[in-house]
Design a protein around this ligand. Structure first.
Ligand SMILES: [Zn+2]
Length: 354
């Protein structure tokens, strides 16, 4: 092969002829990707074990809880990065030069004669910054959509991380620490299940497994406590509180399961376009109400009641409290289509819904 590096292995198995192995650009990238992933996992495991030891000691001291959360949160961030790296090395870094972007996008397209080593070496020596945790969570919400931990858990961990490394977190209770530990452990289990390098199951101790198994019960007890507190609060309340209309794509409202007031939901919209989007040339048919434009759903991630003060922190809690997590928003489909698709491209007489 043209320009490939020839390596003679130390042993040749059974034959007296030396065996020449050609290392291609794709091999080099794969090797580097595996190495970077493994390094991230190694670091994540150190933080994870330190954080878990602190969390499992169940200290009531605020400093110990904060240290547990900080260590666990760093481990979560590193694990997110490890998974991202295992998927695609190029996704991990900010502001890569064009040469590296091209090499990492499709190493097999780069001729072996190109001096790829020089560029890959920059990555090895840590020349480039890695993406922020919010970016990694955004990526996880796509490829990890079907895997625990869910996005609200990760977002909460990232918030606590920022606060715990920049100041004092006096309000951390045991549950909050257990929630972060649970998130970190579920992330480790996910990495193991993906077959990520260096993620062996025997890293988990009996105490870790107990924490994973016991957390759902703990979450339920916490929810009951919150509902009791909200009920007590609701007793002093007169009429249910009505809040102003919701606006935009990131909020919605529902009835509070405790006091019947308006409860604000935060979350995201999900649009499933109708078949028009796949029509020939990608252009939608003339506007008409007969066209199936698609379905728009709001998926709730948190709930906050304006009356009794009930707060639910993720969709699992919302579900457990007996509140719907998915809401149809069919009246908003025209506005969604107008905002998200380039209507200007179409004829003036195809005005939607006027
Ligand atoms: Zn309420």
């Amino acid at each position: 092969m043209r320009g490939g590096v020839r390596v003679t292995p130390r042993e040749d198995h059974g034959s007296n002829e030396p065996v020449n192995v050609t290392v291609t650009t794709a091999d080099r990238v794969k090797w580097l990707q595996r190495r970077q992933t493994s390094e991230l996992v190694r670091a994540a495991k150190s933080f994870l074990r330190t954080g878990l030891d602190l969390a499992q000691a169940r200290s009531t001291e605020a400093g110990a809880r904060q240290a547990a959360v900080a260590n666990l949160a760093v481990s979560v961030e590193l694990m997110l990065k490890a998974r991202l790296t295992a998927l695609s090395l190029g996704l991990l870094y900010v502001d890569l030069p064009v040469q590296l972007r091209v090499i990492l996008a499709d190493p097999s397209a780069v001729p072996d004669s190109y001096n790829v080593h020089r560029w890959l070496n920059f990555i090895e020596i840590g020349q480039y910054k890695t993406q922020k945790v919010e970016y990694c969570i955004g990526a996880w919400s796509v490829y990890g959509a079907a895997t625990a931990p869910s996005k609200p858990y990760l977002t909460r961990v990232s918030e606590l991380r920022d606060r715990s490394v920049h100041g004092v977190l006096p309000a951390l209770d045991h549950y909050e620490v257990a929630r972060v530990a649970y998130t970190a452990l579920m992330m480790y289990v996910a990495l193991h299940d993906y077959g990520t390098v260096s993620c062996r199951k025997d890293f988990l101790t009996d105490a870790d497994t107990k924490l994973i198994d016991g957390f759902p019960q703990e979450r339920l007890e916490r929810l009951h406590k919150k509902i009791r507190a909200a009920k007590a609060q609701a007793q002093g309340l007169g009429e249910p509180v009505k809040s102003p209309e919701v606006e935009g794509w990131y909020e919605w409202a529902t009835e509070c399961p405790v006091c019947g007031s308006d409860a604000a939901l935060e979350g995201e919209c999900e649009f499933q376009p109708g078949n028009w989007i796949y029509d020939e040339y990608g252009s939608p048919p003339p506007w008409s109400e007969e066209v199936d434009w698609g379905e728009l759903w709001f998926n709730a991630e948190t709930l906050k009641c304006s009356g009794c003060g009930l707060e639910l922190e993720d969709y699992e809690e919302i579900e457990l409290a007996g509140v719907e997590v998915r809401y149809p928003r069919e009246e908003d489909v025209p506005q969604w289509v107008e905002e998200h698709y380039e209507l200007d491209r179409y004829d003036d007489d195809r005005e939607p819904w006027h």
